[in-house]
Design a protein around this ligand. Structure first.
Ligand SMILES: *[C@@H]1O[C@H](CO)[C@@H](O)[C@H](O)[C@H]1NC(C)=O
Ligand SMILES: *[C@@H]1O[C@H](CO)[C@@H](O)[C@H](O)[C@H]1NC(C)=O
Ligand SMILES: *[C@@H]1O[C@H](CO)[C@@H](O)[C@H](O)[C@H]1NC(C)=O
Ligand SMILES: *[C@@H]1O[C@H](CO)[C@@H](O)[C@H](O)[C@H]1NC(C)=O
Ligand SMILES: *[C@@H]1O[C@H](CO)[C@@H](O)[C@H](O)[C@H]1NC(C)=O
Length: 613
């Protein structure tokens, strides 16, 4: 491939753009080279936590920018893209691939300020107007953020304040990030570049051998800087040129053979090592009678589910995965490979899958599962208005134990472990014998980790999400444990995670707060659903409630592993004394956030009281 005059022109043009944009980013990204962040995930191209790390790193710059300019995000796309490219240059100088930034941070318009991001806020002045000159963040996120307790308090405060903001405008998607930037850039006296702040508030992971490295840091970073700047310039030119050429070539090729190649490619990668069957689209269309609306049995963040009957008479649920972006193919293949090999009686296993692509409707992917005749736990706990029999105590007990066993298998029984990320009553399905099966595991991982995705997800499952995950996307096995704790409490009490119906004050709306209050006042029995209050042995039922509270503790380190939680439920090990909750929940500023949260589950109620806040 020779260089035509035209490509040369491209290069020069890009050089011009580059020299203009490089100088216009107001953020000094030198911390990227001086902070001892843990870059090991970014050395492994399949490790998805690299993107989390980069988001945290870039967030440090945004918090810094907020401190200097009072602006959340950038005023226009010019400065946004120049900052992204500066950031990229810094990373390249540390020999990370150029593509990392666009893969992880995406389109530069993501970082151009937009009032709809969070309740009309664009500047710190707007923030103060909405939240007040001091908020919980000011009391919780200042000072040295080392230590679990300090950091836990700040995390909790961020969670509450962002929910309070989101309650002012339901369309908000980035209030979490605003709270994080504000805490790190404005509130914290050490600022976002301080490792203690970066670790706690921005969720950055530091290199464990950092203490020794930092000695050589200044020399090393100067070296890297000199070489990096030269190298990066050449690199920018070369790669941009190549990308343009590649894209053209790729597009042409796409039109010809993309569709068949895509399907055969995916098939070839999925099939050889999995237990799942390969379905053709025709089979699935026949099974569902052509995917009509009337056969639709569910709809969620990841897709639409239809009921169908295969030609051998098996009743199945066919889920069409909604394409969030086209990057998901590789991951889809990986996930299907992993999931289809997992067989556990408390997990909804995959029967098969289908991938098609055609000119008219593009790529589509389907997953086929066994149909679960008794619906979801949610249907039985909440949708069942007196006219049907409620779940009995033995049924509830078994469902909770089933879920614990399914999760314990995902976390401890297979390698690599799978974190579900979306445990909630609607994802727990019940078979004909009312045995519980956890659905949608593994697939949660399928979608990209980008910002917008994270926030839509957070918005969708308020209440079930562990605070640290909601805020920073920090995912550990303990995030699942948190959601499991919520499910236990819901199952024991028959109350939704966010419930306004019987609330006498704000601190009883969130199920964890309510259960905690009841238990601390000595009324554990008050937590039990009325229908089962007299059904079971009091001691066992109390144990379940206590494990639920412990699992849903706001501080990650105090939650048990799912394996220990299961042992506690079964009475094999003792439950540790319940740790104190870190915050008094009667504080006035919690009210609106709780009301907002509640209104997502109780759509008609509560919203009027929000507008007056
Ligand atoms: C973008 O914002 C920067 C910083 O405020 C400003 O200097 C620049 O003139 C703006 N560019 C455009 C095209 O508006
Ligand atoms: C970025 O996203 C916006 C809106 O989502 C779109 O209009 C724009 O073309 C995208 N830019 C690039 C470079 O992909
Ligand atoms: C939220 O979005 C919906 C639909 O996009 C729009 O109709 C509504 O006006 C928006 N609400 C606010 C407060 O911006
Ligand atoms: C910016 O950060 C410094 C130190 O971290 C702090 O003293 C200052 O008040 C901050 N500026 C604003 C506008 O908050
Ligand atoms: C740091 O260096 C000291 C000696 O200078 C050594 O004893 C220690 O093990 C090193 N720590 C790490 C984490 O490498």
């Amino acid at each position: 491939m020779g260089l035509s005059p035209r490509s040369l022109f491209f290069f020069l043009f890009i050089l011009f753009i580059d020299s203009v944009t490089c100088s216009s980013c107001p953020i000094d990204f030198s911390y990227v080279q001086t902070l001892p962040w843990d870059s090991s995930p970014c050395q492994d191209p399949t490790d998805k936590s690299c993107c989390q790390t980069l988001l945290s790193l870039f967030g440090i710059g945004l918090a810094q920018y907020l401190n200097q300019t009072s602006m959340f995000y950038f005023p226009n796309e010019t400065s946004s893209s120049s900052c992204l490219s500066d950031f990229q240059t810094k990373l390249q100088s540390m020999s990370f691939p150029r593509s990392l930034v666009s893969e992880c941070l995406g389109n530069s318009t993501e970082f151009v300020v937009n009032p709809s991001f969070c309740a009309g806020i664009a500047t710190t002045q707007d923030w103060i107007k909405k939240v007040g000159p001091t908020s919980l963040l000011d009391s919780s996120c200042n000072g040295d953020m080392t230590g679990l307790t300090r950091c836990g308090l700040c995390v909790e405060a961020g969670f509450r304040v962002s929910a309070q903001l989101a309650s002012l405008d339901k369309n908000s998607t980035k209030c979490f990030y605003y709270a994080v930037f504000y805490a790190a850039g404005i509130v914290n006296e050490f600022g976002p570049e301080d490792p203690r702040t970066a670790v706690c508030i921005l969720g950055l992971t530091l290199d464990s051998s950092a203490t020794n490295k930092s000695k050589n840091l200044s020399k090393e970073s100067l070296y890297k800087w000199v070489f990096g700047s030269l190298g990066a310039l050449v690199g920018v030119l070369m790669t941009t040129g190549l990308i343009i050429v590649y894209k053209k070539w790729h597009k042409k090729r796409q039109q010809k053979e993309l569709h068949e190649e895509y399907v055969t490619g995916v098939k070839a990668r999925v099939l050889p090592n999995t237990g799942a069957k390969w379905f053709s689209l025709a089979e699935l269309e026949q099974a569902t009678s052509g995917f009509p609306q009337r056969n639709m049995i569910g709809q969620g963040g990841y897709g639409v589910v239809f009921k169908g009957i295969l030609s051998d008479g098996t009743v199945v649920a066919v889920k069409q995965i909604l394409d969030i972006d086209s990057k998901g193919d590789e991951e889809f293949v990986n996930e299907v490979g992993i999931i289809s090999n997992i067989r556990h009686r408390n997990l909804l296993s995959l029967r098969g899958c289908c991938v098609t692509s055609d000119q008219l409707r593009g790529k589509r992917r389907y997953l086929v599962y066994d149909f679960m005749p008794n619906g979801s736990l949610d249907d039985h706990l909440f949708k069942n208005e007196a006219n049907e029999k409620r779940l009995s105590w033995p049924q509830r007990k078994n469902i909770i134990l089933d879920v614990a066993k399914g999760l314990a298998y995902l976390h401890h029984g297979i390698k690599p472990a799978i974190y579900h990320r979306d445990i909630k009553a609607t994802n727990i399905l019940l078979d004909s014998e009312m045995k519980a099966r956890v659905a949608d595991f593994g697939l949660a991982k399928q979608s990209t980790e980008g910002q917008s995705h994270l926030t839509t997800r957070v918005a969708g499952t308020y209440g079930y999400l562990a605070p640290e995950y909601a805020l920073y996307g920090q995912l550990t096995e303990k995030s699942d444990v948190y959601s499991f704790g919520i499910v236990i409490l819901e199952t024991m009490s028959g109350r939704k995670v966010l419930d306004t119906t019987n609330a006498t004050n704000a601190s009883t709306i969130l199920i964890t707060d309510w259960a905690w209050t009841m238990v601390k006042s000595g009324d554990v029995k008050g937590v039990f659903d009325e229908g089962i209050r007299e059904e079971g042995p009091r001691g066992v039922m109390e144990r379940f409630v206590l494990v639920g509270i412990l699992c849903a503790h706001v501080m990650v380190a105090l939650r048990p592993t799912i394996a220990d939680a299961l042992k506690m439920l079964e009475g094999d090990i003792d439950i540790p004394r319940l740790p104190d909750r870190p915050l008094p929940l009667s504080h006035e500023s919690f009210r609106s956030s709780l009301l907002f949260s509640a209104s997502t589950s109780e759509r008609s109620k509560g919203s009027s009281s929000i507008s007056s806040m």
